[in-house]
Design a binder for this molecule. Structure first.
Ligand code: GTP
Ligand code: MG
Length: 197
């Protein structure tokens, strides 16, 4: 898919205030600092469409971007960020779960995981939650530039083995690097294919 246009639409903390235009939507979720915002910039070939930071906790709201005037990309705050207070953590969790449970036009979520890490309970639990709520998702391994090809294979293999302990089938998954621009075509092709269904 060619990205002809990519524009910021709106930021907010309530699913009721998300754009009303009923076009297909794809949301990016995962731990703080995993690279969600960077991935959105990489996918859209825009350097600073979504705001990124070396410090976790940068994205705090639900951010809608409209792509090619016919689908939305959604950048979400990360989960598992320890430095916010318990109350704001709860508020965060609430609006994120409201978003996933209420957003009718969501075609698929992407759960981002850092390719260098072993499967983390928080990510596996979030995938479980999506499954229980009937929300399709894919896994995006991020920061592949940090590992050599053999180590990438090993990490992905281990992750798949872990998933197969609880899932009958593996979700679609993608190996990406925003800094080296790896995986752009694969993710965009997946979006294009599901967008047309
Ligand atoms: P929050 O909004 O805080 O939840 O974080 P995020 O998941 O949106 O992460 P963000 O895109 O802001 O990136 C976090 C840090 O990881 C930044 O310092 C990025 O430069 C770095 N980063 C993101 N993607 C990659 C990548 O593919 N490779 C490398 N080496 N670094 C990356
Ligand atoms: Mg972010």
């Amino acid at each position: 898919m060619k990205i002809k246009s990519a524009e910021f639409v709106v930021s907010n903390s309530e699913v009721a205030k998300c754009p009303k235009n009923p076009i297909p939507e794809y949301a990016f979720i995962g731990r703080s600092n995993v690279g969600k915002s960077s991935l959105i910039n990489m996918l859209t070939d825009r350097r600073s469409l979504a705001k990124t930071s070396g410090r976790p906790g940068k994205t705090q709201l639900i951010n809608h971007f409209i792509i090619n005037d016919n689908w939305y990309l959604v950048d979400l705050p990360g989960y598992g960020y320890a430095r916010v207070s318990k109350t704001s953590k709860k508020k965060f969790q609430k609006f994120i779960t409201n978003y996933f449970e209420q957003r009718q036009q969501l075609v698929s979520a992407f759960v981002l995981v850092d390719i260098r890490h072993k499967p983390q309970p928080i990510d596996l639990e979030f995938m479980q939650y999506l499954g229980e709520n009937g929300i399709p998702f894919g896994i995006i391994f991020t920061k592949a530039d940090k590992l050599k090809p053999k180590a990438i294979d090993k990490q992905v293999d281990e992750y798949c083995q872990e998933l197969l302990k609880t899932w009958e089938e593996l979700p679609p998954y993608f190996i990406t690097s925003s800094s080296k621009k790896i995986g752009q075509e694969e993710v965009l092709n997946f979006i294009e294919a599901t967008n047309e269904e």
